[in-house]
Design a protein around this ligand. Structure first.
Ligand code: PMM
Length: 251
């Protein structure tokens, strides 16, 4: 199972906000993750925490492109965490290989086409609209069935746009328009997502459903979650700290 290390270049990310918002600190953190054996570094310039406002494309590009260009020199696999096709294009040009779109192609009508043209692996996450008011959309009849159904629509849209089966990765979107019970139901029934036949990514690290009154207090639970998922057949976990997750996966 792959470990994707998070490098959020946002001053307001709920998990590591403000710590890595300068170029030098971000590159240093990226290199530390490489030393810890990270498989993919996920670089994002726009916060998606509940309630977050969108940033401009210019601001997003200014945050991510210099760091991607620098870390690409180290030969590490990089994913660009963006909902914008133009940012994805610039990031791939700068040395990223994978597009991680939390909107699954819903936020930017050009995204799926661009991803197909770039022939880049594309991560389609389950999403029900912008973070600003997503908590109001956490309403499901049967969360696992509904999320699978909505993900299947995104799979069809991605395939219709020309993204190949080999280049498509799916993600149920832990914490996105979902309350704690919804997130746990998805984790309990993760095999249903794996059975769809696409690699599955899970990003549960330090999210609110793990309890604790701050992201830092969710670290132990995040590592335990990785261990729990390690036998599920998923493709990867998206996490903040790399070494502890690598360690628990090697036991
Ligand atoms: N979560 C966040 C951001 N990007 N991408 C994917 N594919 N899956 C996720 O669950 C996901 C994501 C928000 O979490 P953060 O602010 O801790 O990065």
């Amino acid at each position: 199972m792959l470990v994707m290390g998070i490098l959020n270049l946002t001053p307001d990310s709920f998990a590591d906000g403000g710590r890595y918002n300068s170029f030098e600190a971000a590159v240093e953190r990226g290199r530390a993750m490489i030393a810890e054996g990270v498989d993919i570094i996920d670089i994002g310039g726009e916060s998606t925490r509940p309630g977050a406002e969108r940033v401009s494309e210019a601001e997003e590009l200014a945050r991510v492109i210099p760091v991607i260009s620098e870390l690409a020199k180290d030969g590490v696999r990089i994913s660009i965490d963006t909902m914008r096709a133009d940012t994805a294009l610039a990031a791939i040009d700068a040395g990223a290989q994978i597009i991680n779109d939390v909107s699954g192609g819903l936020a930017d009508p050009l995204m799926l086409k661009i991803a197909a043209e770039l022939k880049a692996p594309y991560i389609a996450m389950h999403w029900r609209g912008a973070s600003k008011d997503m908590n109001s959309r956490a309403i499901y009849d049967d969360v696992v069935r509904d999320v699978i159904c909505e993900l299947q629509e995104r799979i069809s849209a991605a395939r219709d746009a020309g993204i190949t089966k080999e280049n498509l990765i799916i993600d149920p979107g832990i914490g996105f328009a979902k309350d704690a019970d919804h997130n746990w139901a998805i984790i309990d029934q993760i095999d249903e997502f794996v059975a769809l036949g696409y690699p599955v990514l899970i990003g549960g690290s330090r999210k609110r459903f793990l309890g604790g009154d701050s992201p830092d207090r969710r670290e132990a639970a995040s590592i335990a979650l990785t261990k729990r998922l390690s036998t599920s057949g998923i493709w990867g976990v998206r996490v903040h700290s790399v070494k502890p997750h690598k360690d628990v996966l090697s036991t």
